[in-house]
Design a protein around this ligand. Structure first.
Ligand SMILES: Cc1cc2nc3c(=O)[nH]c(=O)nc-3n(C[C@H](O)[C@H](O)[C@H](O)COP(=O)(O)OP(=O)(O)OC[C@H]3O[C@@H](n4cnc5c(N)ncnc54)[C@H](O)[C@@H]3O)c2cc1C
Length: 415
C-alpha cells in the first residue's frame, strides 16, 4: 500500500459520536497519538441524543472545558415533570443534588461534537478524518491491527496498536470480531418530530400522558422536540390511521400545542426510532475495544445514552492511556474497561426496562394511566430516597472522573 493510503497511529477510533470524540480528545490530551475516523462529512444529524447530564458536565469541568461548552447556545432543565390527567408530577428535581451543574443541559449533539473536536485539534497528536468510512478490521494472527476504510479519494488502511469501535448501535465490527450480543426486547418505539414554540408557551421539558398516549416534549429554543412513544411494532397502524388522526392524538395529549399540529404536513416530518437495547457479552478482543452504543445500545428512557457513552470513553482513556503510551495493551487492560463499565450499564438497562414496562407501557394501555407501583411510591416519598431518580438520571450508577494526569501543552485555539 502506498504511504498516502496508509495511516499509522497508536489508537484508531472508529466513529466520532460522543464516545469516539471524547476518547480521541482525552487520549490526545494525555499524549497518545490518535486517529478518529468519521464516515459523515459533518456532525449535522437530526433527532440525536442532545441531553448532557451533570455527570458529563463534571467531566467537562475536570477537562477545563465546561465553561466553553456553556458559552454555546443551550437550554437548562433543572426539573423533569410529567403532566398526567390527574395533575403534574415531578419525576426528578436536580436542584437538590450536590453538583455545580444541577440541571440537564440541552444542546444539539452536533454543537457538542464540533466543540469537543475543536478542542481535541489543539493537540498535535489528534487527527480526525471526516468522510472516512471504516469497513473491515485488519486481523492478523487473531489480533486486530487496524481497519480498512473508504474515503472520497479511495481506500485507505489505518494500522494501530489499538482499534476502538465507537461507531454506534449498528457496529458491524462486533460481528467481524466474533463478539456476541445479548439482546433485550424493549416494548416501545419512538416517533420524533418538532413543532414550533411560541410566546407564552411553557418553558420546561415535560412528559405528557393520557388517553393511552405518552409523549415527551423538549424545549429546544425555537421549537419543541417531541418524542411520541408507541408500542413496539405499532408504527404501521399509526401510519395507516392517517396523519389527521396522528395530529389529533398529539393535540389531545398536549393541549398546549393543539393549535399547531397542522405544521406536520407529511410523514417525512416524523422519524421512527426503533428502540433497541442490547449489550456485548465481551467488549474486547486482542487489539480491539468496543465502547458506547457499539458495546451497549440504550433505550431512550431517561436520556442517558450520550452520558454513558462518554463515561465509557473516560474509563477507557483512564485505563488505556498509560498502556498505549508504553506501547503494550494487554488483555487485562481491555478487560478493566469492561469490568468498570459493565455493571453500571446493566443496572441502568434494568432500571430502563422497569420504567418501560411499568410506567411507559401502562400509559399506552387502554386506561392510559401510567402507574408507579405503590411500594415504590411509598419508598420514593421518604426523604433519603426522594432524590434517587434525580441522582440516577444525573450521575448514573458509577460516575467516571478524569484521572488527574498532566495534560500535553495545546495550541491556543484552532479554527
Ligand atoms: C433519535 C434518537 C434520540 C436519542 N435521544 C437521546 C437523548 O435524548 N439523550 C441521550 O443521552 N441519548 C439519546 N439517544 C442515544 C444517543 O444518541 C446515543 O446513546 C449516543 O449518541 C451514543 O454515542 P456513541 O458515540 O456510542 O454512538 P453514536 O452517537 O451512534 O456515534 C457513532 C458515530 O460513528 C459514526 N460511524 C458509524 N459507522 C461508522 C463507520 N463505519 N466508519 C466511521 N464512522 C462511523 C457515525 O456517523 C456516528 O457519528 C438517542 C438516539 C437516537 C437515535
Amino acid at each position: 500500500m502506498k504511504t498516502e493510503e496508509l495511516r499509522r497511529t497508536t489508537c484508531c477510533v472508529i466513529g466520532c459520536g460522543p464516545a469516539g470524540a471524547m476518547l480521541g480528545l482525552m487520549l490526545a490530551r494525555e499524549g497518545v497519538d490518535v486517529l478518529v475516523l468519521e464516515k459523515h462529512a459533518d456532525f449535522l444529524r437530526d433527532f440525536r441524543g442532545d441531553t448532557i447530564h451533570p455527570s458529563t458536565m463534571e467531566i467537562m469541568d475536570e477537562l477545563g472545558l465546561a465553561e466553553g461548552l456553556l458559552d454555546l447556545e443551550h437550554m437548562k432543565a433543572p426539573r423533569l415533570e410529567a403532566r398526567l390527567p390527574g395533575g403534574t408530577v415531578t419525576v426528578a428535581d436536580l436542584r437538590r443534588l450536590k453538583t455545580r451543574y444541577p440541571y440537564i443541559t440541552f444542546m444539539p449533539q452536533w454543537d457538542f461534537l464540533d466543540y469537543v473536536t475543536r478542542e481535541a485539534k489543539r493537540y498535535p497528536n489528534f487527527r480526525l478524518e471526516m468522510n472516512a468510512e471504516a469497513r473491515v478490521l485488519i486481523l492478523e494472527d487473531g489480533v486486530v491491527r487496524g481497519v480498512r476504510y473508504e474515503t472520497p479519494e479511495g481506500s485507505r488502511e489505518a494500522r494501530a496498536l489499538l482499534t476502538v469501535a465507537a461507531d454506534g448501535r449498528s457496529s458491524p465490527f462486533r460481528e467481524q470480531a466474533g463478539l456476541k450480543l445479548v439482546r433485550t426486547s424493549p416494548p416501545i418505539d419512538v416517533l420524533w418530530f418538532r413543532l414550533s414554540r411560541r410566546d407564552g408557551d411553557p418553558k420546561d421539558t415535560f412528559g405528557y400522558a393520557g388517553g393511552g398516549r405518552f409523549m415527551v416534549v423538549i424545549n429546544r429554543g425555537e421549537h419543541w422536540q417531541i418524542a411520541y412513544v408507541i408500542k413496539k411494532g405499532e408504527y404501521q397502524s399509526v401510519h395507516d390511521a392517517g396523519l389527521s388522526a396522528f395530529r389529533r392524538s398529539v393535540g389531545d395529549t398536549i393541549p398546549d400545542l393543539a393549535d399547531r399540529t397542522g405544521e406536520l404536513q407529511d410523514w417525512e416530518a416524523v422519524k421512527l426510532l426503533s428502540v433497541q437495547a442490547d449489550r456485548l457479552r465481551r467488549w474486547h478482543r486482542p487489539g480491539l475495544l468496543c465502547i458506547g452504543d457499539a458495546a451497549h445500545a440504550m433505550s431512550p428512557v431517561g436520556g442517558v445514552g450520550i452520558n454513558l457513552a462518554i463515561a465509557d470513553a473516560v474509563a477507557a482513556a483512564n485505563a488505556l492511556a498509560g498502556p498505549l503510551e508504553a506501547g503494550r495493551v494487554r488483555w487485562r487492560d481491555l478487560a478493566a474497561v469492561q469490568l468498570r463499565r459493565e455493571l453500571p450499564t446493566r443496572a441502568i438497562q434494568a432500571f430502563q426496562s422497569v420504567a418501560q414496562r411499568r410506567v411507559v407501557s401502562s400509559a399506552l394501555g387502554p386506561d392510559g394511566a401510567p402507574s408507579i407501583p405503590a411500594p415504590a411510591r411509598a419508598l420514593l416519598s421518604l426523604r433519603p430516597l426522594r432524590d434517587l431518580p434525580a441522582r440516577i438520571i444525573a450521575f448514573g450508577i458509577w460516575p467516571e472522573h478524569v484521572k488527574r494526569r498532566e495534560p500535553l501543552a495545546r495550541k491556543e485555539s484552532v479554527k
